[in-house]
Design a protein around this ligand. Structure first.
Ligand SMILES: O=P(O)(O)OP(=O)(O)OP(=O)(O)OC[C@H]1O[C@@H](n2cnc3c(O)ncnc32)[C@H](O)[C@@H]1O
Ligand SMILES: [Mg+2]
Length: 200
């Protein structure tokens, strides 16, 4: 099978790495926004993960005339009524993982261990310039610790503890994280339908 090429519409290097690994088995080569100089920043003006992923994927597909997948994702914390949700990247104002983690811990400072459930969510949208679109979702349940653990991953990974592994996502290898993560789950669902989608 000849190699196929898509653009992953992300500026987040942590996501880009995970996508490269997850797509490797599919004979799909990947570029990300870091490989393009001239593209404008796409504002995430939607009110849901799916709207934002669709905005990113559609805009970049039109601009590059290539097939594009976009990921909109975030952390949903039950005790905070679903915050930070679609605002996860900019929770503390400015795309700063450490500041976001500090704000999350501050907001949860009075919340006991038994009420610190959270979930990571991803919606993936894959589109072609002709508009052919495929949407999948993935989630993983966990709990927010009171201090960070681990150096791997990105974003809220050092605070997100996963019961099945008894460690945080930042203590997992890439392979372990991909095997249970919201992004890994959403992308595996997408890959099942990828060949059909590619032909349309
Ligand atoms: O929009 P792009 O350019 O893809 O990059 P982004 O970082 O802004 O991505 P989102 O708009 O989808 O916001 C997602 C945020 O949710 C958090 N997040 C998502 N997936 C995560 C993961 O696997 N581990 C830790 N934090 C994650 C992290 O703070 C991300 O910045
Ligand atoms: Mg973003």
């Amino acid at each position: 099978m000849s190699s196929r090429h898509i653009v992953v519409a992300t500026k987040n290097p942590g996501k880009a790495r995970e996508f490269r690994e997850l797509f490797a088995s599919k004979n799909v080569t990947v570029q990300t926004l870091a490989d393009f100089d001239q593209l404008p920043t796409i504002e995430e003006t939607g009110t849901t993960f799916e709207e934002n992923a669709t905005i990113k994927a559609t805009a970049i597909s039109k601009l590059t005339n290539l097939p594009v997948v976009a990921d909109d994702s975030g952390l949903v914390v039950a005790a905070l009524n679903g915050e930070p949700g679609i605002y996860s990247a900019r929770y503390a104002g400015d795309h700063d993982d450490q500041a976001n983690n500090r704000k999350l811990l501050a907001k949860l400072s009075a919340v006991p261990d038994s009420q610190r459930q959270a979930a990571f969510h991803t919606t993936l949208v894959l589109v072609k310039p002709n508009g052919n679109k495929l949407v999948t979702e993935g989630t993983v349940d966990g709990k927010i610790l009171t201090t960070p653990h681990g150096e791997n991953g990105f974003g809220y990974d050092p605070l997100f503890w996963v019961p099945a592994f008894n460690k945080t996502m930042a203590e997992m290898t890439d392979e372990e994280k991909n095997s249970i993560s919201h992004r890994g789950r959403a992308l595996r669902k997408m890959l099942v339908q990828f060949d059909d989608w590619w032909e349309k």
